[in-house]
Design a protein around this ligand. Structure first.
Ligand code: VG1
Ligand code: CO
Length: 546
C-alpha cells in the first residue's frame, strides 16, 4: 500500500481522556504537548478508517497556538498511514465551514479540523482536533465512539521521518510519496457564497454610504474570509472588518461571539448614533452573532428569521423542506416551520446530529442557540454565511434589524430566551446535580404559578439511520409554554460547565419589547430552586449570560 514510504512504528501507551466531546477532542495546550498525545489520537482516527489508504483528506485549522506543529505531525502520520493526497490550507489555515466545503467540492474522503473553536488560545489556552467525514460534516457518534475505543487500546502509531513542509507556497508538493496540495483557504468558499446570495443587492447596500456596519473577526480565522468577501468583493468600506488578522492567542481574548465577549462591537450598535448592523464570528469561523441598531438577535430567532425569509435569497427560494434545531434552541423556528408547512426536527446538541437530515434532504436550515446557524451548503455551521444571509435580507427588505424582529414576533410570537452558564464548577457536584434532576419527578408540580407538563431526559433516534442517543439534557416544560433545560457542556476543558437554558413564549405584541432577563426572572428563580445550583456549586450567579 505505502509505495516507497518508510514509516516508523512508534510504541506508545493509551491515554484515558481522549473521548471526543460535542465537537472533537479539546484539551489545554499542555495536554496536547505531552509526548505521543496528539499522535495517539490521530492514529486512533486512522485506525477507525480502514479504507483510508490512497484517499484524499483535507487539513486546516484556525491558526491558534500549536496549529503549526500539529499540522506537520498530521502530514507525516497521514503519509505513514497510506493517505493518497492531502489538501492543506495555506499556512495551515482553514475555517471549519471552509474545510467542510473543500471536502465536498473535491469529493475528499474526510478531513481534520484543528481548532478548539471559541475556547481561548495560546500556550495556556486550548487546542482541539476534529475529524470530518466525506459529507463534510463532523464524524457521527458511531465513529467518534470507535475512535475513542481505539485510543483506549492503542500501542503503536505510524509516522514518517521528514522535514517540515513549507505550507506558505500554493500548489503541489510531495512528502515521502504522498501528494500534498496547498490551497488558497478563501477562494472556493468565496465562490460558494457568491452562488448562494444576491451579491449585487448586498454590494449596493454596503456601498451606499448610508448603511453602517462592522464585522468583528475577533483575531480569529474569519478575518481573511470577511475581508476578501465583504470589503474586496462586495465593496464595503475598508475597515468594515476589524480584528481581521488571525493571532495564535486571539489577542488574549475569548474568540466567542456573544454579548459578553464581543462587548466592544455591541457597544458600537448602541446609543444615539448606532451602527445599523454588527456581526462577529468565533475562533474557527462557524459561529456568528448578529446585532442591529440597539437590538440583539438571539441565535434562536436568527434561525427562525432566516427560514422565514428564504424566498428573498437566491440559493434558497422555493426549496425549503424542513428546519432542524438542537434541543436547547428555542421553539421559534418550529413556529415558522409550522406556518410554512415544512418539517421541524429537534436534535441533540452538536452539529454532527444535523448531517443525516441534511444529506437526506429533510432539512435545509439548521441552528443552535449557541450562535450557530447553517444550511445544506456545507455540513457545518457557518458564521460568515449567516452574516451574508442577514445582509441579503436587509438589502432585499430595506428594513432595519429591529423592525424585522418586531414584525416577526408580531406574526409568530416572541420566544424570550437566555442561557446561563456556570463554568468550571466541580465535576462531581455537577454530575450529582444532573443525576438528582433526572431522578426527580416534577410532572404536575407547580412553581411560581407554572405547572410542569413535560419532564424528561432528552433522547433522540436519528430518523435516517435509526442511531439512538440518550442522556442529552433534562427538559422541563410548563403549561404556559415556558421551558427550562439543564445540560452539561461537552466542550469545556476544566471542571464541568452547567448550562441552563431558559425560554418564555409571549404571543401578545404589546408585551414583546421588554427586557429579557426581567421577563425570565420568575423562571430563573424556578430553575435555581429546582436544581439547587447555588448550594451545590457555591456560585451565587452564572459566569456568562447570553
Ligand atoms: C457547545 C454548544 C453547541 C455547539 C458546540 C460546538 O457545546 O453548546 O451547541 O455545537 O459548542 O460549537 P457544549 O457541549 O459545550 O454545550 V463550536 O463553534 O465550539 O465547534
Ligand atoms: Co466554532
Amino acid at each position: 500500500m505505502h509505495d516507497n514510504r518508510v514509516a516508523t512504528v512508534v510504541s506508545t501507551a493509551p491515554f484515558d481522556d481522549q473521548k471526543p466531546g460535542t465537537s472533537g477532542l479539546r484539551k489545554a495546550v499542555p495536554v496536547f504537548q505531552q509526548p505521543h498525545y496528539l499522535e495517539n489520537f490521530v492514529q486512533s482516527v486512522f485506525d477507525a478508517l480502514p479504507d483510508v489508504a490512497g484517499k484524499t483528506l483535507v487539513v486546516g485549522g484556525d491558526g491558534r497556538f500549536f496549529n503549526a506543529e500539529a499540522i506537520q505531525v498530521i502530514l507525516r502520520m497521514a503519509c505513514a498511514n497510506g493517505v493518497g493526497k492531502l489538501l492543506v490550507g495555506q499556512n495551515g489555515l482553514l475555517s471549519t465551514p471552509a474545510v467542510s466545503n473543500l471536502i465536498r467540492k473535491h469529493k475528499a474522503y474526510g478531513g481534520f479540523v484543528l481548532s478548539a473553536s471559541h475556547n481561548p488560545g495560546g500556550p495556556d489556552g486550548d487546542f482541539g482536533i476534529k475529524y470530518n467525514i466525506g459529507n463534510g460534516g463532523p464524524a457521527p457518534e458511531s465513529l467518534t465512539e470507535a475512535i475513542y475505543a481505539n485510543s483506549r487500546r492503542i500501542d503503536q502509531y505510524r509516522i514518517v521521518e521528514a522535514p517540515d513542509c513549507d505550507l506558505s507556497i500554493l500548489g503541489p508538493q510531495s512528502l515521502g510519496g504522498m501528494a500534498i496540495e496547498i490551497v488558497d483557504p478563501v477562494a472556493d468558499y468565496a465562490q460558494l457564497m457568491e452562488s448562494l446570495f444576491d451579491f449585487d443587492a448586498i454590494g449596493a447596500l454596503l456601498r451606499a454610504g448610508s448603511f453602517k456596519m462592522c464585522f468583528d473577526a475577533m483575531h480569529a480565522i474569519t478575518g481573511p474570509y470577511a475581508k476578501a468577501i465583504l470589503e474586496d468583493r462586495l465593496g464595503a468600506p475598508k475597515g468594515t472588518v476589524v480584528n481581521a488578522v488571525p493571532l495564535p492567542d486571539f489577542g488574549g481574548h475569548h474568540p466567542d461571539p456573544n454579548l459578553v465577549h464581543a462587548a466592544e462591537l455591541v457597544a458600537k450598535t448602541r446609543g444615539k448614533t448606532p451602527l445599523d448592523f454588527g456581526a462577529a464570528s468565533d475562533g474557527d469561523g462557524d459561529r456568528n452573532m448578529i446585532v442591529g441598531a440597539n437590538c440583539f438577535v438571539t441565535p434562536s430567532d436568527s434561525l427562525a428569521l432566516i427560514a422565514a425569509h428564504a424566498d428573498c435569497v437566491p440559493g434558497y427560494a422555493g426549496r425549503l423542506t424542513g428546519i432542524a434545531r438542537s434541543m436547547p434552541t428555542s421553539r421559534a423556528a418550529d413556529r415558522v416551520a409550522e406556518k410554512l408547512g415544512v418539517a421541524a426536527f429537534e436534535t441533540p446538541t452538536g452539529w454532527k446530529f444535523f448531517g443525516n437530515l441534511l444529506d437526506a434532504g429533510k432539512v435545509v436550515f439548521c441552528g443552535e442557540e449557541s450562535f450557530g446557524t447553517g444550511s445544506d451548503h456545507v455540513r457545518e455551521k457557518d458564521g460568515l454565511w449567516a452574516v451574508l444571509y442577514w445582509l441579503n435580507i436587509l438589502a432585499k427588505t430595506n428594513k432595519p434589524v429591529a423592525q424585522l424582529l418586531a414584525e416577526h414576533w408580531a406574526e409568530y410570537g416572541r420566544d424570550y430566551y437566555s442561557r446561563h452558564d456556570y463554568e468550571g464548577v466541580d465535576s462531581a457536584a455537577a454530575a450529582q446535580l444532573m443525576a438528582d434532576l433526572r431522578a426527580a419527578d416534577l410532572i404536575g408540580k407547580s412553581f411560581d404559578g407554572r405547572t410542569v407538563t413535560l419532564f424528561d431526559d432528552f433522547a433522540y433516534t436519528d430518523p435516517v439511520n435509526g442511531e439512538h442517543t440518550t442522556g442529552q439534557g433534562v427538559r422541563i416544560g410548563f403549561d404556559d409554554g415556558a421551558r427550562v433545560v439543564f445540560r452539561l457542556s461537552g466542550t469545556g476543558t476544566s471542571g464541568a460547565t452547567l448550562r441552563v437554558y431558559l425560554e418564555h413564549y409571549e404571543p401578545r405584541p404589546e408585551h414583546q419589547h421588554a427586557d429579557t432577563q426581567a421577563v425570565l426572572a420568575g423562571l430563573i428563580a424556578t430553575a435555581r430552586a429546582i436544581s439547587g445550583v447555588e448550594a451545590r456549586t457555591g456560585r451565587k450567579a452564572p459566569d456568562v449570560i447570553t
